[in-house]
Ligand binder design. Structure first.
Ligand SMILES: *[C@@H]1O[C@H](CO)[C@@H](O)[C@H](O)[C@H]1NC(C)=O
Ligand SMILES: *[C@@H]1O[C@H](CO)[C@@H](O)[C@H](O)[C@H]1NC(C)=O
Ligand SMILES: *[C@@H]1O[C@H](CO)[C@@H](O)[C@H](O)[C@H]1NC(C)=O
Ligand SMILES: *[C@@H]1O[C@H](CO)[C@@H](O)[C@H](O)[C@H]1NC(C)=O
Ligand SMILES: *[C@@H]1O[C@H](CO)[C@@H](O)[C@H](O)[C@H]1NC(C)=O
Ligand SMILES: *[C@@H]1O[C@H](CO)[C@@H](O)[C@H](O)[C@H]1NC(C)=O
Ligand SMILES: *[C@@H]1O[C@H](CO)[C@@H](O)[C@H](O)[C@H]1NC(C)=O
Ligand SMILES: *[C@@H]1O[C@H](CO)[C@@H](O)[C@H](O)[C@H]1NC(C)=O
Ligand SMILES: *[C@@H]1O[C@H](CO)[C@@H](O)[C@H](O)[C@H]1NC(C)=O
Ligand SMILES: *[C@@H]1O[C@H](CO)[C@@H](O)[C@H](O)[C@H]1NC(C)=O
Ligand SMILES: *[C@H]1O[C@H](CO)[C@@H](O)[C@H](O)[C@H]1NC(C)=O
Length: 391
């Protein structure tokens, strides 16, 4: 949806002044730097304000391509602060649906979403965000091609001692800040350890995803799943509710899997169920949370969708010289990105075609706590996880 330039004139005036230069002085308040052609060459364009109903957040081009194609996202919009690899936002014909690619890893996700949420070109106050990316999955919780919808996003933000040097009675080399072993709750908090999103909206997106048939992938995908002799690893793909872990390290292994499942339990007081692992979501959520504090986005309108492109470990190789993490090609990325669109499309269309239902935010309003560790979006430092950060 495209609006006129007058709507955000106050914000614009500030930005226009901050960025105005000699060459753009004629009407500084209605021009905005859109790109730079060289260090000194900022290109100013007259600002148009877009008010999308849905914003898809992908992390790299492979995840984005099926969405660009399916929804004909033909318009490119350039704003400052996007990834140098992905410098444009893509929108459909009337800008009701847009898509951004953050770049991979926490730093790219945080900076891209900060840039987007602070840019006056986009009025995101009523926008629904759909994080749509691929991830690793624990064979204890799902399988290749599954599409998961999270309530919690937990960041692995801990001390790490090399496991070869840890005390012999420890089960993992990771332990929380300000503690002396992995069973203790952190006493030093950075603030991005845990985010919680709207469970009612999550359940709506999940219900819609469960109403369509997910793709099973290739014959090789099916053969790979049944090497596990237990469910859910050996079943066909499904849309499920479970939580996601963010880490800049792309890790493998059964011990890590178990240690980080324990950590998720610890940080959510047993409320969360870790299933997927990825490298961006807590960063994206932190950026959206900060924008939400100023009313620029609505934190109750976020869905975290992650599909499974690979397992975090395999426990079926009798031969210990098979290195799962470097020698085994799992081949699940294709079905994972395809299923992101299959599972995400019903939700996207529900918002676009039933905007009356979504516009004021009350129909799927949250009944759970939403926000960060600090309770930044409410006047309290005490969340339902039960941890008093002021202590
Ligand atoms: C955008 O276009 C679609 C048709 O493709 C239409 O259904 C929808 O109402 C339009 N949205 C807005 C906000 O104009
Ligand atoms: C950029 O600005 C500097 C300082 O004003 C100047 O010396 C330099 O030649 C400019 N470079 C270009 C590419 O215009
Ligand atoms: C928009 O960007 C895509 C690459 O992301 C490019 O393929 C396409 O040609 C661009 N479209 C326009 C109209 O510039
Ligand atoms: C592990 O060993 C240390 C001594 O190295 C001891 O203090 C600690 O209590 C032990 N922990 C458990 C759970 O046995
Ligand atoms: C971890 O620390 C707690 C509190 O000091 C202690 O009770 C527990 O035994 C320790 N666990 C391990 C594995 O050392
Ligand atoms: C996937 O496999 C299951 C079990 O064999 C089957 O019921 C389902 O129809 C398949 N889905 C598709 C899209 O082929
Ligand atoms: C996970 O927690 C369980 C129960 O406390 C414990 O037995 C196990 O050793 C932990 N696993 C790891 C890898 O830390
Ligand atoms: C284990 O796998 C390696 C590498 O594939 C192979 O060279 C070796 O013969 C295998 N050992 C056994 C006992 O199967
Ligand atoms: C919000 O929209 C819903 C669905 O159209 C409607 O039932 C509800 O009364 C509206 N609430 C408010 C506060 O406007
Ligand atoms: C953690 O959850 C348990 C129930 O599982 C509850 O008894 C306990 O009060 C909770 N702790 C906090 C700090 O909320
Ligand atoms: C990351 O965000 C999720 C919810 O979105 C939250 O449950 C999780 O605790 C966060 N993790 C960290 C380490 O901040």
């Amino acid at each position: 949806m495209k609006l006129t330039t007058s709507l955000l004139s106050l914000a614009l005036a500030a930005v226009g002044q901050a960025y105005s230069s000699g060459s753009a002085s004629a009407s500084a308040t209605s021009f905005y730097p859109v790109k730079t052609a060289g260090l000194n060459e900022t290109v100013y364009e007259e600002l148009e304000i877009y008010k999308p109903q849905v914003f898809i957040i992908n992390m790299f081009s492979y995840e984005a391509e099926p969405f660009l194609e399916e929804f004909k996202l033909v318009h490119n919009v350039s704003i400052p602060g996007l990834s140098p690899i992905y410098p444009e936002i893509h929108c459909n014909h009337n800008y009701s649906l847009c898509e951004v690619i953050t770049g991979e890893g926490e730093i790219n996700a945080a900076t891209t979403i900060t840039a987007l949420s602070l840019n006056p070109t986009f009025d995101l106050t009523d926008t629904y965000f759909l994080i749509a990316g691929i991830a690793g999955i624990s064979p204890l919780e799902g399988t290749l091609g599954d599409v998961t919808f999270a309530r919690f996003a937990v960041q692995i933000l801990e001390y790490e001692v090399d496991a070869r040097e840890m005390p012999s009675n420890w089960s993992t080399g990771y332990f929380s800040y300000g503690t002396t072993n992995s069973t203790q709750y952190p006493t030093e908090i950075y603030g991005t350890e845990v985010f919680e999103v709207n469970e009612n909206l999550r359940d709506r997106a999940l219900e819609l995803a469960q109403s369509v048939d997910l793709l099973n992938g290739t014959k090789a995908n099916e053969e790979f799943r049944i090497k596990y002799d237990y469910a859910p690893a050996n079943r066909t793909p499904a849309a499920i509710a479970c939580d996601t872990l963010t880490s800049d390290n792309y890790w493998f292994g059964k011990d890590f899997d178990e240690a980080f499942a324990n950590y998720t339990d610890l940080l959510t007081n047993g409320t969360g169920t870790y299933c997927t692992t990825q490298q961006e979501d807590n960063a994206t959520l932190e950026a959206l949370m900060r924008a939400a504090q100023y009313g620029l986005v609505d934190f109750s309108r976020i869905v975290v969708m992650r599909s499974a492109s690979d397992f975090t470990y395999a426990d079926f190789y009798a031969n210990e010289t098979v290195y799962f993490f470097t020698e085994v090609s799992q081949g699940g990325s294709k079905v994972a990105v395809e299923n992101l669109v299959v599972a995400g499309k019903p939700f996207i269309e529900d918002v676009l075609y039933n905007w009356d239902l979504y516009e004021n935010g009350t129909v799927y309003a949250p009944s759970n706590y939403i926000g960060d560790f600090f309770g930044s979006l409410e006047d309290t430092t005490y969340r339902e996880w039960g941890f008093d950060v002021s202590a």
